[in-house]
Design a protein around this ligand. Structure first.
Ligand code: AQP
Length: 328
């Protein structure tokens, strides 16, 4: 059975971008593959995090995985920091990566742009991501469009290791959804929706109450036109809203276009808000029940134990091939 691995950073409130681009696909993949779904807390600290907020976000992301339909009897759900082999293989991958490769990463350029004190962790983040994937010899990595470049680097690092130390790592393939791979910001159709955007009106959080969702959608930027048409190049904002509608309603983009043909933006936005509210409501209810039950910590503990069993073997083989002297 093929292995799937992915993760989300506990760096804020998860958005519908994280849901559509990632979690929704995780839920489907767990039925067909041997899955590892992490909360990547070691990645979250590549930008400053408050300790209490990190603890809360880590548990919250894990609870949202469960609320969205991830099942611990089908998939391993765990925190990255609970499996120390991630950090160790991360260091090894850092030594295999070149400065030039890391400098080309567009996410680093975006996240560091205009900032003075950019941490070295943000720079070497893709090497840790490569380690996350290779530590389980994953075949498939479900990610949004923004992570494609990091995955290409992972493939390069796997090939480099295999060339120097003998064939060992699987070349992982990205699993990128055809629709919804890049949900855009509500205030700017050219920027992706991000949970760490300081403007909370730019995203819909999975835990936003219905009135907040309605308000955010009614204020979402559109254009000076009138037609609800799917045309990402010329009408990025409206096209993005149509993609969200399609994802929450289960309708194709063509069906969405024909449903709203001839209608004004205002009416479309009202219906969109109701579809999103109705789609998130059951997930929010399950989320609150799960948090109340206190089951998250036990699930994470078990998931980490399973993950560690696999990670230990792979790391031991990597170290042996590289020439590290065994401890015993
Ligand atoms: N806007 C998006 N559309 C589609 N997919 C998205 N993903 C993120 N934003 C969108 C996918 O969600 C997964 C988790 O991402 P992450 O938390 O590891 O980091 P990220 O890609 O940097 O996500 P954010 O929300 O933008 O986080 P911050 O603001 O902390 O950087 C990935 O599979 C990603 O592709």
């Amino acid at each position: 059975m093929k292995t799937v691995l992915s993760g989300i950073q506990p760096s804020g409130l998860l958005t519908i971008g994280n849901y559509i681009g990632a979690i929704k696909n995780f839920v489907q993949l767990q039925n067909e593959y041997n899955c590892y779904f992490m909360v990547v807390d070691l990645h979250a600290i590549t930008v400053a995090q408050e300790p209490e907020a990190l603890r809360e976000a880590s548990e919250s992301v894990a609870a949202l995985y469960l609320a969205a339909g991830l099942d611990p009897s089908k998939a391993n759900i765990f925190l990255q920091s609970h499996v120390p082999q991630h950090a160790e293989l991360g260091w090894i991958m850092t030594t295999l990566a070149s400065m030039g490769e890391l400098e080309r990463m567009t996410q680093f350029k975006d996240k560091s742009a205009g900032k003075e004190n950019v941490g070295a962790g943000l720079f070497v983040y893709p090497a840790l991501m490569a380690a996350d994937i290779l530590l389980y010899n994953a075949d498939l990595v479900p990610v949004g469009d923004d992570q494609k470049q990091h995955l290409e680097l992972t493939r390069d690092l796997a090939a480099r290791f295999n060339h120097r130390f003998g064939d060992y790592f699987t070349q992982p393939d990205p699993f990128i959804p055809e629709v919804g791979a890049r949900i855009m910001s509500l205030d700017d159709g050219t920027k992706k929706m991000s949970k760490s955007n300081p403007n909370t009106g730019s995203y819909i959080a999975l835990l936003d109450p219905p009135d907040v969702i309605r308000k955010k959608i009614s204020r979402a930027t559109t254009d000076s036109g009138r037609e609800v048409q799917y045309d990402p190049a010329n009408k990025p904002e409206v096209s993005n809203l149509m993609t969200i509608y399609s994802q929450f309603s289960g309708m194709t983009l063509a069906e969405v276009a024909s449903k709203f043909e001839g209608q004004m933006y205002g009416g479309f936005k009202k219906e969109l808000a109701e579809v999103v509210v109705a789609g998130l409501e059951p997930m929010q209810q399950r989320y609150h029940d799960i948090r109340k039950s206190g089951e998250v910590r036990d699930i994470l503990r078990q998931g980490a134990q399973n993950a560690q069993a696999k990670a230990e073997n792979i790391l031991a083989e990597v170290k042996q091939r590289m020439g590290f002297l065994p401890a015993s």
